[in-house]
Design a protein around this ligand. Structure first.
Ligand SMILES: *[C@@H]1O[C@H](CO)[C@@H](O)[C@H](O)[C@H]1NC(C)=O
Length: 281
């Protein structure tokens, strides 16, 4: 806990300087630093590797909640209690909403998983909610070996400060894409990139310079919408993750992560879990 105390002191000092300089403070964000978010996300990954909630205990708030595949459940009965061999992990950091999103790929585990997890923090920096989509065999186009192979080929580096898209632009791009099922105008609002590759479960649209993420997009916009959207946005990664209810496919639990580069969609990663049943359109 020593490091957490140091962080608090620095946050207070920084806040003092900001007030003295007449810069307004963002409400409730005093303890939302990258360090606080990183410690909790790392503890979450350690928990998943260990199959134990113990590594998380020092970071969670009293009464913290756990959601898996869009259902509030007891964390002690969750996928977190299965020790998984993790092959790949990437976390994005939202310093405005004080949240992270972590993609985990456990392809070489006897029971393979690809998991997308949003972690939300309260004003004191403690974790109030862990919200996961845990896809496995039977999930939409699930093939963890392929997911791992393609994810490792991609380059998700930090975007230099002068080249970053705004939070609003990144969120609007993700929202437009997610609205293509129920809004005929939405696809024209997606800033389609070229190349753009979509990793949909274990299926990949990436083919090289001719890549496009328009392959297989809905032509019928009279379908049920993607609702209950929850967002984590990281401008430094050009990324937004959206968890939602994928209503037009068995009310599935769904995760879509988008990365924009230079204002255009470059990568999309999806995970879709259908309540323990085999996903079907
Ligand atoms: C579009 O989707 C709706 C809802 O699933 C369905 O009722 C309708 O038949 C579909 N229309 C076409 C043209 O496929």
């Amino acid at each position: 806990m020593t490091s957490a105390k140091h962080i608090n002191i620095w946050a207070v000092l920084a806040a003092t300087v900001q007030v003295a300089a007449g810069i307004p403070l963002a409400p409730a964000a005093a303890d939302c630093s990258r360090a606080v978010l990183t410690e909790a996300a790392d503890a979450y990954v350690a928990s998943q590797k260990a199959g134990s909630l113990a590594p998380l205990q020092q970071f969670v708030a009293n009464g913290w909640e756990y959601e898996e595949n869009n259902k509030r459940i007891d964390a002690s009965k969750s996928v977190l209690t299965k020790a998984l061999t993790i092959d790949h992990r990437r976390t994005i950091y939202d310093l405005v909403d004080c949240a992270t999103f972590t993609e985990l790929i456990a392809a070489n585990n006897p029971e393979p998983y690809v998991i997308g997890t949003q972690i939300r923090h309260g004003a004191d920096g403690r974790v109030t909610l862990i919200d996961s989509v845990a896809s496995t065999t039977g999930s939409w186009l699930f093939n963890a070996q392929n997911t791992l192979k393609y994810a490792l080929q991609e380059k998700w580096d930090i975007i230099p400060e002068g080249k970053r898209d705004s939070r609003e632009k990144i969120k609007a791009a993700g929202d437009a894409y997610m609205s293509m099922w129920d809004d005929a105008k939405a696809s024209s609002l997606v800033p389609w990139g070229a190349p753009c590759a979509r990793l949909e479960g274990g299926a990949y649209t990436g083919r090289g310079d001719e890549d496009t993420c328009r392959q297989g997009i809905p032509t019928n916009s009279s379908q049920a919408p993607n609702t209950r959207r929850r967002y984590v946005i990281d401008e430094s990664m050009g990324s937004v993750n959206i968890l939602c209810v994928w209503e037009h496919m068995m009310n599935a639990a769904d995760s879509h992560e988008f990365r924009l580069e230079n204002g255009k969609v470059r990568y999309i990663h999806t995970m879709t879990e259908c309540g323990g049943r085999v996903c079907r359109l």
